[in-house]
Each structure stands twice: as structure tokens, then as C-alpha cells.
Design a protein around this ligand. Structure first.
Ligand SMILES: Nc1ncnc2c1ncn2[C@@H]1O[C@H](COP(=O)(O)OP(=O)(O)O)[C@@H](O)[C@H]1O
Ligand SMILES: [Mg+2]
Length: 289
């Protein structure tokens, strides 16, 4: 990233009007929106503690951006939010992750349900290259054992590709291989694939860092649309992107080999224009990281 990416900060999108207190939040598709809350999350790889008592509420139907220098634990935090951290043999964790108040790590909460409810899009687009576009979208159904008729599948493919911002570009070649799409299209295909299993939360780990500016803007527009129906948590190194897309931000830092912590979090506009902590001000203005 260049300094220029970070020195001009555009105003963020205005937050949606808050729902009446106590009212369930409904997404654009009529399903209830879910909040995600991390409480005192601590993570280790072997003996090394990489996150120390990180607490963060990611409100329903909002976009939360995680920012901070490399190595401060953002990806680890994201993987804890959908139980991928435990796939690493040396990994351990303490704390709680609550999806609408239910602890994802409670033994009663099935692992498959946790991963279905909290989807993930990675930095490098990872469609199945030899599979068709259509099969890519439907791939998650097989993995989660969800059955659907041919016409239901057709509807789902169209709906997910539309929500992923890709339908118009691929509707005439749904049987072409996913690997033949451009990088930005592949990333949108991965978003569509994630949406097909109807997650409540979508985690995105630097989803645009391998993409050109035009594809990046298309994905940002897609994210803003999606926030109406799914709660989004995005890791980004691009401060302009954080400012453009997110409602709230959390600034992670791991100083001199200490575990990562959240230095400051809050409303994005406030964090960029009036940071409370000098380290946040230095980071968002591109003075380090
Ligand atoms: N699989 C792993 N095994 C051991 N250490 C890891 C592993 N993944 C990440 N780490 C370490 O954990 C720390 C946080 O990494 P990460 O969550 O990837 O940070 P970020 O996404 O903010 O760059 C780093 O010091 C990194 O080296
Ligand atoms: Mg990372």
C-alpha cells in the first residue's frame, strides 16, 4: 500500500437509522439480522499469545472494519469468529464469541452450524477453477448437505450472483469454468458462493488487496448492498476503503512483540476525524504500519 492510499480520507457512508429499541432487526430479505460479539478473546499459537482479551461488538446489519499493521492478529481474530482458528494444531483460545447471544464455542453449538452461520471470504479469490460458475455457487450446499430441486437451484444461483454483483456479467455463461473469470469477478463469485448457504455474518479478510481499483469499488458497492441482509466484518489495510464502507472500525495493534489488542474502536467517521488515541491518529494518517 502506498501512503497516498491512506492520507486522503473520504467520508464514510452514513449509518442506517437505528431500529426502535427492542425491535428485532430485519434484513432486506425479511430474515432477522444477527449481531456478533467477542468477549475477552485471547489466542495463542503454541506458547505465543497473539491476542490479549479482545472484546468487540459487531452490530447486526452493520459493516465493521478491522484495521492495524500486519501481524497484530486481525486474521487470527477473524478465524476465531467462525471457528477456523481451531483448525491450526498448535492454536488455543480463551473467551467467548456470541452470535445473537449464543456462544459459538458452546458444545451444544454444532461446528457445522457455526461455520454455516458465519461465512468467510479470503484475500485471494479461491473459486474451484475447473468447476462451472453455477457449480461454484452451489458448492456450499453439498458441503452442508442442503438439498434443493433443479429450479430452486437455478433461482438460488441467480439470486446469489445478483447479490454478489456478478449476475449481469455471467448470466450467459453459467457453465463456463470459474477459473476463467477475472480476479475481481472470481472474488464476487466467492462472495456469491458464501451467500448460497445463507450466512448471518460474512467475514472478509482483505478481500480486495489482490484486485485493481475498479474491481475494488464494485466489491465495495456489493458489500454496502449486502449489509442490508448480513452482518459484515472486513479486514482492510486500505484506510480509504475502511472510511468508504464501514460503519464502525476497530484498530488493532501489537506493540514490540506483545499480543494484539484493540487500541480504539467506534464509529468510523469519528475514528478518522477525531481519534482519541495518538497511535490511532498516527496509523490512520499513514505515519506507520
Ligand atoms: N498458523 C500460525 N502458526 C503460528 N503463528 C501464527 C499462525 N498464524 C499467524 N501466526 C502469528 O500470529 C500473529 C498474528 O497473525 P495474523 O492474525 O495473521 O495477523 P494480521 O492478520 O493482523 O496480519 C503473527 O505474529 C503471526 O506470525
Ligand atoms: Mg491478516
Amino acid at each position: 500500500m502506498t501512503l497516498d492510499d491512506r492520507t486522503t480520507v473520504l467520508p464514510p457512508v452514513p449509518p442506517q437509522a437505528p431500529a426502535a429499541p427492542g425491535a428485532p432487526l430485519d434484513g432486506a430479505d425479511g430474515r432477522s439480522l444477527a449481531s456478533l460479539e467477542a468477549r475477552e478473546v485471547t489466542a495463542w499459537f503454541g506458547d505465543r499469545k497473539v491476542l490479549d482479551r479482545v472484546s468487540l461488538t459487531m452490530p447486526a446489519g452493520r459493516i465493521t472494519a478491522l484495521i492495524g499493521p500486519s501481524g497484530c492478529g486481525k486474521s487470527t481474530f477473524l478465524r476465531i469468529l467462525n471457528r477456523m482458528h481451531e483448525l491450526v494444531p498448535s492454536a488455543a483460545l480463551a473467551g467467548e464469541v456470541l452470535l445473537d447471544g449464543d456462544d459459538l464455542y458452546d458444545p451444544q453449538f454444532k461446528l457445522t452450524d457455526a461455520r454455516r452461520a458465519v461465512g468467510m471470504v479470503f484475500q485471494k479469490p479461491n473459486p474451484f477453477p475447473a468447476m462451472s460458475i453455477r457449480e461454484n455457487v452451489l458448492a456450499g450446499l453439498k458441503l452442508t448437505g442442503t438439498r434443493a430441486s433443479r429450479s430452486d437451484k437455478d433461482d438460488l444461483v441467480e439470486q446469489c450472483l445478483t447479490r454478489g454483483g456478478l449476475w449481469n456479467e455471467v448470466k450467459d455463461r453459467l457453465d463456463a469454468p470459474g477459473g476463467g473469470l477475472s480476479g475481481g469477478q472470481q472474488q464476487r463469485l466467492c462472495i456469491a458462493r458464501s451467500l448460497a448457504i445463507r450466512p448471518k455474518v460474512l467475514l472478509m479478510d482483505e478481500p480486495c488487496s489482490a484486485l485493481d481499483p475498479t474491481s475494488t469499488r464494485v466489491i465495495e458497492e456489493t458489500m454496502k448492498e449486502l449489509a442490508q441482509e448480513v452482518t459484515i466484518v472486513i479486514v482492510t489495510h486500505n484506510m480509504q476503503q475502511a472510511a468508504r464502507v464501514s460503519d464502525q472500525c476497530a484498530f488493532f495493534l501489537a506493540a514490540h512483540g506483545t499480543p494484539g489488542v484493540i487500541v480504539e474502536h467506534g464509529d468510523t467517521e469519528a475514528m478518522f476525524s477525531r481519534p482519541r488515541d495518538q497511535r490511532t491518529a498516527d496509523y490512520v494518517h499513514g505515519r506507520f504500519g
